[in-house]
Design a protein around this ligand. Sequence first.
Ligand code: C5P
Length: 284
Amino acid sequence: MKPHPAAQAFPAPAKLNLDLRITGRRPDGYHLLESIFCLIDLCDTVWLLPRTDGQILLHNPAGGIPPEQDLSYRAARLLQQFSGSLQGVEIWLEKRIPSGGGLGGGSSDAATVLLALNHLWQTAVPPEELRRLGLSLGADVPFFLFGQNAFAQGIGEILRPMAVPEQWYVLVRPNAHVATPKIFAHPDLTRNSPPCPDPSFEQLQPFRNDMQAVVLAEYPSVVAAFRLLQHYGAPQMTGSGACLFIACATQNEAEYIRSRLPENLASWCVRGLAKHPLPAILRP
Ligand code: C5P
């Protein structure tokens, strides 16, 4: 279903976890992480058309789930309830970010809905309240609201800016849908990496992802893609997978590696972003 001609388009970029360590576990079972989050230029487009009657309509929920369960719908409802706004909205999602790949697509769509609707509805919810609302939707949402590359702690809600060098990435999606709760619950998961509370980008190298070993042990298709990528560099997994990437200094290098990959393996050549593209669009 095409967006209404009067709807406005707002970008929702994906993220990569360039480094991800699990440093402990909270009493409620959630894992404590330290991670470098980097925005990339692979973006969904969220189309929004405000309504005056208070209805929230999501026209094309991803993955066949009921619209009310989609994070973008829930983000709109949460902002409406929190702000007491009487307005509603129609939402269309133009998906480019594969879901369930560790790229944060659903969380980014939700963050874009919160930021853009706060602007369109003129609800003026302050940034720290938006981040609190975002965290109740998912651990990655506060990062997308933060709007720049970051070192994250806690379950992803404690954020500080981290400068990431301008890089390109070959991104690959193995044919596997990793169940995040299963990986977090795995008995062999590393949960005791030493914390590094205030690191620089350089101090954390060599980068690693503590979830990678368990995902490789459980999903043969991820191993196959990983081995393939090893011919061209040092592949890494983002989030709880299954997407893998190789960081490259130039676009040419990334394009070259991508050109060598088999056609039946979904792949992208993407660029790191220093800033989220949305705040510049919303500025009056
Ligand atoms: O945040 P998200 O909904 O993606 O988390 C899915 C599941 O992964 C949670 O229900 C929890 O079991 C686990 N999780 C965790 N520690 C985190 C994030 C998620 O244990 N920091």
